[in-house]
Design a protein around this ligand. Structure first.
Ligand SMILES: Cc1ncc(C[n+]2csc(CCOP(=O)(O)OP(=O)(O)O)c2C)c(N)n1
Ligand SMILES: [Mg+2]
Length: 424
């Protein structure tokens, strides 16, 4: 199936014959340096091809120059994609059962994340948006760690201070997610500039959605990265929507890739549902970032198959037919077809793996939801060396409130009593 993102105009428009009284369009391939009459550039002056290497039936596209991928790596990538799909399904279910407050899935975009993260080294920094849990899984974040964060319990690395899904893990070089869109983009440029100065041959991979690319931070971040030649790979996940806003209502240009070129950044657009194309592009992108010390932009064309979050209902703004069209273009089945053709995978392995993942996730949900919440006093630690008076007052007021209405805060239990100690 051709990669088409129905709600947006990401593909170049077909060339039309100039109509009378219309400005002729300039073809960048034949453009002279100087012109003597006003001729305007148009979106279609920039041709942006889409890299595709794997077909839906698991056959390679003729002539595909695929980055080498061992069977071990292919199976690791595939099983992490399957894990994430199941984790997402289960956690949406947990939210619907009232066990969890909020969740965001990666469903439909697994190849965009798996194919990119697999091309980076463990000491490369990841700065993500919020839909890239697969990158953490790839680096070894455990089911228990996912659950502790999602249930904001005492074992959560973030001490229960963040909304569910806002993961962070220092040991895995995964910067903590921030809710305000696009803040990670200039931060990634800055982090990569630090890596350049340190000369340690590491780089940063920075994920964001096409919607986040409308923020000012996107423009500042890309420009800084280009001018300062920062080793950062920007991955724009173009999934067709920013919550309910289709890309066709977000921008009039040729996707996000055209902007990379505009900032002087080496740029590639890939079929985001094609694991081999995404991986091949990311392997080359990392090489450029580290060996040539300059940024790269990858735009992955895909589709957000699920709702924006558990607070959203997409039936109000898009059709089931559109969703079905993309469901048939599923990145996981495409990779599975390829693996089966390589004789690296079969149905029996698939069933065993899914059963194992389901059991593990369910067991960890049950354990995580029973763990106590972090001590209340932790709310005001780690910012000031000595918590200031006004925060201590607010903490006291909160503790009095919780003491007055204990039935409303059942999970605080004994952890609440430790809070005084935590704050001091
Ligand atoms: C600065 C800012 N504005 C608005 C929001 C609300 N918001 C959260 S997610 C989102 C859509 C982002 O879309 P996109 O970047 O395409 O990512 P996707 O959800 O499609 O992966 C919006 C508008 C926010 N978090 N931060
Ligand atoms: Mg989007």
């Amino acid at each position: 199936m051709a990669v088409k993102n129905p709600p947006q105009k990401a593909q170049p428009e077909p060339k039309k014959k100039p109509e009378p009284n219309k400005q002729p369009e300039l073809d960048s391939q034949q453009a002279p340096d100087l012109i003597t009459a006003p001729v305007f550039l148009h979106t279609s002056s920039l041709i942006i091809p889409t890299l595709k290497q794997l077909q839906a039936d698991g056959e390679l596209c003729p002539g595909a120059a695929v980055a080498p991928m061992s069977s071990e790596l292919a199976i690791k990538i595939y099983t992490d994609m399957v894990y994430t799909r199941l984790l997402d399904e289960r956690m949406v279910g947990a939210q619907r059962q009232g066990r969890l407050s909020f969740y965001l899935t990666c469903t439909g975009e697994e190849a965009s994340v798996a194919g990119t993260i697999a091309a980076f080294q463990a000491d490369d920094m990841v700065m993500a948006q919020y839909r890239e849990q697969l990158a953490l899984r790839y680096r070894g974040f455990t089911t228990e760690q996912f659950m502790n964060q999602l249930f904001s319990n005492v074992e959560d690395l973030g001490k229960g201070r963040q909304m569910p899904v806002h993961y962070g893990c220092r040991d895995l070089n995964f910067m903590t997610i921030s809710s305000p869109l696009a803040t990670q983009i200039p931060q990634a440029a800055g982090y990569a500039y630090g890596q350049k100065l340190a000369g340690n041959n590491a780089c940063t991979v920075c994920y964001f959605g096409e919607g986040a690319a409308s923020e000012g931070d996107f423009h500042a971040g890309l420009n800084m990265a280009a001018v300062l030649k920062c080793p950062v790979v920007f991955v724009a996940r173009n999934n067709g929507y920013a919550i309910s806003t289709p890309s066709s209502e977000q921008f009039a240009g040729n996707g996000i890739a055209s902007r990379g070129v505009g900032y002087g950044i080496k740029t590639i657009r890939v079929d985001g549902n094609d694991i081999l194309a995404v991986y091949s592009a990311a392997v080359e992108a990392r090489k450029i970032a580290v060996e040539q010390q300059q940024p790269v932009l990858i735009e992955t064309m895909s589709y957000r198959l699920g709702a924006h979050s558990t607070s959203d209902d997409p039936t109000g703004y898009r059709s089931r037919e559109e969703e079905q069209q993309w469901r048939e273009n599923d990145p996981i089945s495409r990779m599975k077809n390829w693996l089966v053709k390589q004789n690296w995978w079969d149905e029996e392995q698939e069933e065993a793996l899914q059963a194992e993942f389901r059991e593990e996730i369910l067991a960890q949900v049950k354990l995580a939801e029973k763990r106590p919440k972090p001590a209340l006093g932790e709310l005001i630690t780690d910012v000031y060396e000595t918590p200031p008076e006004h925060l201590l007052e607010q903490l006291e007021a909160l503790e009095n409130h919780v003491a007055k209405y204990p039935d409303h805060y059942p999970n605080l239990g004994s952890a609440h009593n430790q809070s005084q100690e935590g704050a001091k």
